[in-house]
Ligand binder design. Sequence first.
Ligand code: SF4
Ligand code: SF4
Length: 100
Amino acid sequence: MIKEPKISENQREIWREPVNFGRFAVPKGEIHIFPERCKECNYCTNYCPNQVLERSPEVNVYGYHPVRVREDKKDSCVACGMCQSICPDFAIFVKEVKIQ
Ligand code: SF4
Ligand code: SF4
């Protein structure tokens, strides 16, 4: 499904839609987390452009609260890969899902 970009009224005044915008769909990602590897550094939660991740109330064997996908953001991952690139403990990875 192709989504319209979210822009404010101020941005709309200077917004120019790329000529080939309609040819591209926003990618969608499926997040996989290894809770036992997470050390709650929150790099991924801070750098995710769509705020998809949050600290969970659960505690892992090391006493950290591992991250989880936010309930209200289950469909918001755009598979940018930032979380898996920035995680120092290889505790998270993203798989791009095929858009029908
Ligand atoms: S892949 Fe990108 S959008 Fe998806 S959870 Fe990771 S940082 Fe956020
Ligand atoms: S970057 Fe890795 S270790 Fe840090 S909070 Fe995220 S998943 Fe956990």
